[in-house]
Design a binder for this molecule. Sequence first.
Ligand SMILES: [Zn+2]
Length: 205
Amino acid sequence: MPVLTFTYGPLENNAYLVHDGRDAIVADPPDNTSLVLNALKREGLTLRAILLTHLHFDHASGCAALSEAVGLPVYVGAEDWEMKDTLLSRGMRFGLPEVPAFKGEILAPGSYVWGDMECRAIHAPGHSAGSLCFYIPKEKALLAGDVLFYRSVGRSDFPGGDADTLCRTLRERIYTLPSDTVVYPGHGPVTTVGDEAAHNPFCSI
Ligand SMILES: [Zn+2]
């Protein structure tokens, strides 16, 4: 199942498009919506869901444009959506433009089937209170947002973040996935669950 990566924005965010040749899902869509639309067209795919790993400005900047272009809402974790004004306005402190408002829909943790694609939304608090990681069992792929990076973890000093909670999330909900699961993080290179469980300097098993 191919996983396409689009890196975008001043903080080099990774957007991911996962598809099975027919159906597709996108996480943290890029500012440049045509990258996604062109990929859908080129591969003959139907987009089934727009996912947001968490509601930070750098991940959410492309949500409005893609949502409007394809007529789908953006699925967001409940705890983040409750704080959306606080979370989304933070980019302006760094001189970045305001995140355009978009139609969000709360996604409860659990298993979903979009088209023919099975995906599990895992509540993964610590970087933000409502962070979601998306696990695609058939592919052993995890779209991790800013919960887990190659040899690092997301910051926990933003509103709703907490370092102890983040490590507990990793130990109880992420490092318990199959060790050969490929982790697709919100920034930086891919890694695996087993590798980070053993070697992550901030939180290992
Ligand atoms: Zn973040």
